[in-house]
Design a protein around this ligand. Structure first.
Ligand SMILES: C[C@H](O)[C@H](O)[C@H]1CNC2=NC(N)=NC(=O)C2=N1
Length: 159
């Protein structure tokens, strides 16, 4: 099925307070991630990564990918300029962290995957950068779907 954002749903900005509320009182049932769901980089502490990955999956729109080696999510902004500014903010942090995303941008949408190439797997840098992306996206006025809340499905369908 091809989803068309705009025909079925209305995009609206997510306020900072709404994000805080969602992070504090996770509105969806918690993701019961197990350490066996993850492939953790040998440089990182598994229980820390499990805790941080669980928070990201519960509180944001992140999901595990690549058999637990990566975290990915879609972002949508009101304008291309906002998406570009968001990516510039992320790029500056990448430079500081020496850690780089796999990402694509199509107009107002950006898809980001965090994974660590060496040592291969999910690392603390990935969870840090994923959380950083959530915070910057909130500041940059990211859009969410008001109807089902399934912004990721709609964004994936279009990207
Ligand atoms: C030397 C330099 O810090 C490394 O090559 C960095 C660069 N950016 C990186 N980014 C990601 N995503 N994974 C890495 O393992 C990685 N390694």
């Amino acid at each position: 099925m091809v989803l068309r954002a705009g025909s079925l749903h209305t995009w609206r900005p997510l306020s900072t307070s709404a994000v805080r509320w969602r992070r504090t009182f996770a509105v969806t049932s918690p993701a019961r991630l197990k350490s066996s769901d993850l492939k953790v980089s040998s440089d990182s502490d598994t229980s820390r990564i499990l805790t941080e990955a669980t928070q990201l999956v519960d509180n944001g729109h992140w999901r595990l990918c690549d058999q637990g080696e990566g975290l990915e999510r879609n972002f949508k902004f009101k304008t291309f300029a906002a998406a570009w500014d968001f990516m510039n903010d992320i790029a500056a942090e990448c430079k500081m962290q020496r850690h780089h995303p796999e990402w694509t941008n199509v107009f107002t949408r950006t898809h980001i995957k965090w994974t660590t190439h060496n040592p291969k797997g999910l690392s603390a840098k990935d969870t840090h950068m994923a959380r950083f992306c959530d915070d910057v996206a909130t500041r940059r006025g990211e859009m969410v779907l008001s109807a089902s809340g399934d912004s990721d499905a709609a964004a994936t369908a279009k990207v």
